[in-house]
Write a protein that binds this ligand. Structure first.
Ligand SMILES: [Zn+2]
Length: 176
């Protein structure tokens, strides 16, 4: 089990803009590995450092299915942009979040993105035409680095549906 605690909706750290990482140290690589463990334990398919109380620009992702070989991905200082070539409309997809338990709603996002980030060795990598669930997950995690949560982006209808659950989560945080 991971010793990291996943922070829940209502915790201020989830609303902070995360700081760029100046140097990728062995300690930060260890943190990324622990985040992956916490994510697998949860279980989830992505986790951003602010979700474990560390407001720095680091995300981890693994969208492999349960019966597939794990594909852990660690991105330091990720930067994303919608892929410009060809049609790339916004599409809806139901999202959830380990920091917002039991709340789900459709979010509109472009299917295809390009990604730049640093790997564990500090090298910059670039990935083009990232699509599908991986793209979706990376966009969701990068939002966390801006202090943004998927519930900010859901429709008014979904917001109304989840309002009581969100209030309860936030109220529980205040009691801590
Ligand atoms: Zn999330």
């Amino acid at each position: 089990m991971s010793r990291l605690d996943i922070r829940i909706y209502g915790d201020d750290v989830l609303r902070k803009k995360a700081e760029p990482i100046k140097q990728i140290t062995p300690e930060l690589v260890d943190l990324a590995r622990e985040m992956l463990q916490a994510m697998y334990d949860a279980p989830g398919i992505g986790l951003a450092a602010p979700q474990v109380g560390v407001p720095i620009r680091l995300i981890v992702v693994d969208v492999a299915k349960e019966d597939e070989t794990p594909e852990p991905r660690i991105y330091f200082n990720p930067e994303i942009a919608p892929e410009e070539e060809g049609e790339n409309p916004l599409i809806p997809y139901e999202e959830g979040c380990l920091s917002v338990p039991d709340v789900y709603g459709d979010v509109m996002r472009p299917d295809r993105i390009r990604l730049k980030a640093q790997n564990e060795k500090g090298e910059w990598i670039e990935e083009r035409n990232v699509c599908g669930l991986l793209s979706r997950c990376i966009q969701h995690e990068v939002d966390h680095l801006e202090g943004k949560l998927f519930v900010d982006l859901i429709s008014a209808e979904d917001k109304a549906k989840n309002q009581a659950a969100l209030r309860k989560l936030a109220a529980d945080q205040k009691k801590k």
